[in-house]
Design a protein around this ligand. Structure first.
Ligand code: GLU
Length: 292
């Protein structure tokens, strides 16, 4: 039965993959894990070579910026917003340099798109961004997206890349969003705290029962996404007509296994709602004040 539910996955045409900071770096040092990055890029290039449109939403700018200028947690006290934004400015460029190098090894062209909430709220910005994505896909380019952390203030920030990746999926009419995370998928409760928590393979309809299952922590020390932001992402993606899968990034080769239609992670099935308005939904999401 489960297998049948995933039978349509290999036929997906436009895929957004999101990876978080903790999945890109060595836990012990915070330095980039080049083997994982290489596997990620190879998997994305392989999807691209199958004729699919692929976009990557990546975190890691702030974490890598902090590493580059050796900023510790104590220096975040005092003026955390400016420090965070400076770190993002440093780290985003370094992160892109690394991605560009690896994509070039596989003979693929990658592009950078940095977004804020304004990109969604403002009709002209949104249409421009959509046109840019379309043109990049037409040119056979893989867009790499992050939040524009250097300019995003509390009012205009998404604050987490789970939400951002779903926004991207919605804006570009993707039919699949894959969130690579440090958790296997959705459980009935936080499995770090409750050993009785049951794993959920498929969510056919994201009702209030499921939304209650979101907890605000993943156990990870870096990145900002918890299960609650993943459920917000699931709302946006499924209502926009995309399937969404949360899967564990411990082995990034999980991407081609998922694309083969195999049963990894939690699948949230598309549940297109023609009355869904992305900008209205985004307006309604409360973000934590900066410096969190
Ligand atoms: N945009 C942030 C960064 O690149 C990360 C946000 C998140 O972890 O969700 O550092």
């Amino acid at each position: 039965m489960e297998h049948l539910i995933r039978d349509h996955i290999p036929g997906k045409k436009r895929i957004v993959v999101k990876i978080g900071s903790s999945s890109l770096q060595h836990e012990e040092t915070g330095d980039l894990d080049y083997i994982r990055l290489d596997v990620l890029v190879r998997e994305l290039c392989n999807l691209k070579n199958q004729g699919k449109d692929v976009a990557l939403v990546t975190s890691g700018a702030i974490a890598q910026g902090k590493k580059a200028v050796k900023i510790g947690a104590e220096e975040m006290d005092g003026n955390p917003i400016a420090v965070k934004q400076a770190c993002a400015a440093i780290g985003q460029a370094r992160l892109m340099m690394t991605y560009q190098k690896i994509f070039a090894e596989y003979d693929q062209v990658a592009a950078q798109i940095l977004m804020t909430r304004h990109t969604v709220d403002n009709d002209m910005n949104r249409v421009n961004a959509q046109n840019t994505f379309e043109e990049l896909f037409r040119l056979g380019v893989i867009p790499i997206v992050n939040e524009n952390d250097t300019v995003a203030t509390h009012e205009i920030e998404f604050g987490d890349n789970d939400t951002l990746s779903a926004v991207v999926a919605s804006m570009i009419g993707a039919d699949l969003l894959i969130l690579l995370s440090d958790i296997d998928g959705l459980y009935t409760d936080d499995p770090h705290q409750n050993p009785q928590a049951r794993f959920i393979e498929t969510v056919e309809k994201l009702d209030d029962n499921f939304l209650q299952m979101g907890k605000s922590s993943t156990g990870s020390r870096v990145g900002t996404g918890g299960m609650s932001t993943k459920l917000i992402a699931a709302r946006i993606a499924t209502k926009s007509g995309a399937d969404m899968i949360i899967a564990n990034s411990s082995d990034i080769r999980i991407l081609h296994r998922i694309m083969d239609g195999r049963n990894y992670g939690t699948l949230f099935m598309a549940d297109k709602d023609d009355s869904f308005s992305l900008s209205r939904f985004i307006d309604g999401i409360h973000t934590e004040p900066e410096g969190k």
